[in-house]
Write a protein that binds this ligand. Structure first.
Ligand code: PLP
Length: 455
């Protein structure tokens, strides 16, 4: 790019290494700089406005200009800008938030523990699970099963749980004791003629075979997102979670629901666990908990986890884990206000109703020559593009068509993200049906333009 010397673009290239970015290519393309946000829209440094159809990173539930969250932050910042919860100390926003989360949980939960990101929360979950196994006198029970295409973060442990190549190649991951079972993507993975139920049964059998081969007494937990997000928005097929949970229960294996994307309304229920009948022992939550106005994440643990953990901390003298910023009072105050807004404005119902509209409108594109599959639930969806609908073959390199369409869509005023060839849509929970129509119209125009380029 022709960045003016000393412009923000030029200084970005000089000084800033971006997350999830091709660092070499960035030296040519430079950044897209977002300056401000309002409702479901953001505006770039050229004054161009976009529908933020990813809610930032699947996270800005209440939109980009919620004054109540600003006020909540200011109030708490003036009163107590920082305190922690180490060594029996505490503060009111965190106690209020812990109580609220435990009471909101769809299954009986015992305690909330606070961290700063989804990755840290999953890392913490893994440590708690190992600690628990030791507490129970089962030191061999340390293996964790997650899924190919699952996403649980980028720290050493959580990137190991993640089942995506880019998070592991050249990072020397995954670490030991993490196993990956198949992704539940029916459209891609099912055998010819296999029904959704049959596919789910096959995956549950495969999981059981893995457990038996490893030794059931060595398996501690299974991690899964109710709906996979970053792996391409994979909605589980019929009967999937019921069958998986039957296997886990048979062998006394804990279930961790990674609600980092699904939590707080995304699927049209407060939690994805409700939508799919999951009964987790640990729930991991972040993102929409504070609409990402400030970083905060939380784990809810039930008594199956808390009781042995408490015993072990008593034996050792402390639960030797915690982050300086974990449960930060300003972030906790913002999260509380954000959850109040989600409840008062019934944004979960909005996600259900406007989400149904979005799913219907997107499915109208299923007949488009480039569309292989449209999938999703509530206000989360993906449109997967193919060059050949019959063989599901990509256009050139996997991801090339997704990248092309994503770029065109951005030119047409909508920010999405392509996970390979799947364009993801996860707009703020406040989106209206009219705004969804604008989004889908822009997508249609962009797909037509992409088709013209590739044919
Ligand atoms: N778990 C899920 C399901 C996620 O989608 C993400 C992030 O996208 C994470 C964990 C990691 O969260 P963070 O980026 O806050 O570390």
């Amino acid at each position: 790019m022709d960045a003016q010397p000393n412009s923000p673009e030029a200084r970005d290239i000089l000084y800033h290494l971006h997350a999830y970015t091709n660092a070499r290519k960035h030296q040519e393309t430079g950044p897209m700089i977002i300056e401000k946000g309002e409702g479901i829209y953001v505006e770039d440094s050229n004054g161009k406005r976009y529908i933020e159809a990813m809610a930032g990173l699947w996270s800005v539930g209440v939109g980009f200009s919620e004054q109540r969250l600003v006020d909540a932050a200011m109030r708490q910042m003036s009163k107590l800008p920082f305190y922690h919860n180490f060594g029996h100390k505490g503060h009111s926003p965190l106690i209020d938030l812990a109580e609220k989360l435990v009471k909101m949980a769809p299954v009986p939960m015992s305690k909330a523990f606070f961290t700063n990101s989804g990755s840290e929360a999953n890392d913490t979950a893994m440590k708690m699970i190992w600690y628990r196994s030791n507490a129970l006198g089962q030191p061999q029970r340390k293996k964790i099963i997650s899924r190919k295409r699952g996403y649980h973060g980028v720290t050493i442990a959580s990137a190991s749980l993640t089942g995506l190549p880019n998070n592991q190649i050249s990072f020397d991951l995954p670490i030991a004791n993490v196993l990956h079972t198949s992704s539940p993507h029916y459209w891609r993975e099912a055998l010819p003629g296999e029904s959704e139920e049959q596919f789910s049964t096959r995956l549950a059998n495969e999981l059981e075979q893995m457990i038996l081969a490893e030794g059931p007494e060595t398996i501690a937990a299974f991690f899964g997102e109710p709906v996979m997000g970053a792996g391409g928005v994979v909605v589980p097929p019929a009967g999937y979670w019921e069958k998986i949970q039957a296997v886990l229960n048979k062998y006394g294996i804990l279930l961790v629901a990674d609600e980092v994307i699904c939590g707080f309304g995304r699927t049209g229920e407060m939690f994805g666990s409700q939508t799919f009948g999951m009964k987790p022992d640990i729930m991991v939550m972040s993102k929409q908990i504070s609409s990402s106005y400030l970083p905060i994440s939380a784990l809810l643990i039930n008594d199956r986890v808390f009781e042995p953990l408490a015993d072990e901390s008593n034996r050792i003298g402390t639960f030797g884990h915690g982050f300086t910023g974990g449960g930060h009072p300003v972030a906790a105050a913002v999260a509380l206000e954000n959850l109040n807004i989600i409840e008062e404005r019934d944004l979960v119902s909005n996600a259900r109703e406007v989400g149904a509209h979005m799913q219907k409108r997107l499915r109208e594109l299923a007949s488009h020559e480039l569309v292989g599959e449209v999938r999703g639930i509530g206000l989360i969806a993906a449109v997967e593009l193919v060059a050949d609908k019959a063989t599901k073959a990509p256009w050139g390199q996997p991801g090339a068509l997704g990248g092309l369409a994503n770029g065109l869509l951005q030119q047409n005023g909508v920010i999405s993200r392509n996970m390979g060839d799947a364009l993801a849509f996860c707009p703020p929970l406040i989106i209206t049906k009219e705004q969804v129509d604008t989004l889908v119209d822009a997508l249609k125009v962009s797909l037509d333009a992409a088709a013209a380029q590739v044919r």
